[in-house]
Design a protein around this ligand. Structure first.
Ligand SMILES: [Zn+2]
Length: 79
């Protein structure tokens, strides 16, 4: 089972969290703020490797957190 360390609740099972989507890297060539927001919200990379994601601790403190996860190994590498 995958475990996540919530900054407020500590080491908790992933079942307590709800996936909020990845935070994709927006290319520096996109300089328009609206276009950057569009890429950030909707243009997911679906990376097979390390990605930055948002998770909601639904079964705990009910707060959002950001973590890095290796999607290939399905392992949290930084939280
Ligand atoms: Zn929490």
């Amino acid at each position: 089972m995958l475990w996540v360390t919530c900054p407020r609740c500590g080491h908790r099972p992933i079942d307590e969290f709800k996936f909020g989507g990845e935070i994709p890297d927006v290319p520096a060539s996109i300089t328009d703020d609206a276009a950057r927001d569009l890429d950030r919200v909707w243009m997911f990379n679906n990376v097979d490797g390390v990605t930055t994601e948002r998770w909601f601790h639904e079964g705990g403190c009910r707060r959002w957190m950001t973590l890095k996860r290796d999607t290939h190994l399905d392992r949290v590498i930084e939280d």
